[in-house]
Design a protein around this ligand. Structure first.
Ligand SMILES: [Zn+2]
Length: 317
């Protein structure tokens, strides 16, 4: 049973908003593009794994939790996917690499083969998972839960893998996951079905969504470099709409909508650290009437603080 599903990472939503609102000539534009590519690819790989995990059927009771962010003594750690069996907790680290993979042991080396045939070393995911195992063991111990924790490296796509020497941790592709979990034979069945459910619920309750906002502060980008405007949701190329005759109007596709500014408000709270005021909202959306702006803000899913000209708005989430 799946106790926690994966949702679109906030960082991905924030980066998409940033890419749309940053000039391609900005000094950090290419870097933001590469960050966006990396985060999107990571999420894509995880979704691929989740699709295979839906097919997992086992003879023993189990629990699955996707994308867990836990905190222990002020340190955050993120687990791509977690699987509980009657005798072990297995944490999976999902890697999204399209190339052929070569793995060697002693010392552990992960290499990918580039299209030109050359091999490139990449950081061993085993070390990363070992660190997460330690964190999780401590997290569980502080809640009086004693279970063995193991790691699993998963390549999201059906990579050609050449394991020259067996590494210290199991490495599979997402495609092999249902067979892998089915083949496990829990030896020391210390956890019963209800214990597994209890641990899964404790872990799900411990999840704290990682907050990467405001994105401009995270990537050290000036707020004045952020392009304002209400974007058309129909047009593929970012197109700015204008407010006319009580509707947002797109002069490219001709769409007329009433609530298009809502996504601009969401963008503001993901990107900016300064509070949203009526004046800032007008500047950001191109609305010229503060009364219209006030009505729009009153109907938005945000919280108002203060009165009159001093009011500011904060995000509800
Ligand atoms: Zn349009």
């Amino acid at each position: 049973m799946i106790y926690k599903h994966r949702t679109k990472p906030r960082l991905l939503s924030g980066l998409l908003a940033l890419e749309k609102r940053l000039s391609p000539t900005h000094e950090k534009y290419d870097y933001i593009k590469s960050e966006l590519y990396k985060i999107r690819a990571g999420y894509g790989g995880e979704q691929e794994y989740d699709r295979y995990m839906k097919e997992v059927r086992t003879d023993y009771p189990h629990a699955i939790l996707h994308d867990l962010s836990l905190q222990h003594e002020g340190v955050h750690f993120q687990i791509d996917s977690l699987f509980i069996t009657p005798d072990t907790i297995i944490i999976s680290e999902v890697k999204n690499i399209a190339d052929k993979i070569f793995i060697k042991a002693n010392p552990t080396q992960f290499m990918k083969q580039l299209p030109d045939g050359s091999r490139l070393l990449f950081r061993s995911p085993i070390a990363e998972v070992e660190r997460k195992i330690q964190f999780l063991e401590q997290w569980l111990a502080s809640r009086n839960i004693v279970v063995t924790v193991k790691g699993l490296i998963v390549f999201a796509y059906n990579n050609e893998m050449f394991i020259e020497e067996k590494p210290s941790m199991k490495v599979i592709t997402a495609y092999e996951a249902p067979t892998y979990f089915r083949s496990l034979t829990p030896q020391n069945e210390s956890l019963e079905s209800r214990d597994i459910a209890e641990i899964a619920k404790t872990l799900a309750r411990g999840h704290t969504e990682y907050n990467p906002f405001p994105i401009t502060a995270r990537y050290k980008i000036g707020e004045r470099d952020i392009r304002g405007g209400v974007f058309c949701s129909e047009c593929e190329i970012p197109t700015i709409m204008r407010w006319s005759e009580l509707r947002w109007y797109c002069s490219v596709c001709g769409v007329r909508e009433i609530g298009s500014h809502q996504s601009a408000v969401i963008d503001w709270f993901m990107l900016m650290s300064s509070p949203l005021t009526n004046r800032k909202f007008c500047e950001f959306t191109g609305i010229t009437s503060r009364h219209t702006a006030k009505r729009m803000l009153a109907r938005s899913d945000i919280q108002k603080q203060g009165k009159g000209r001093g009011s500011r708005y904060t995000s509800l989430t």
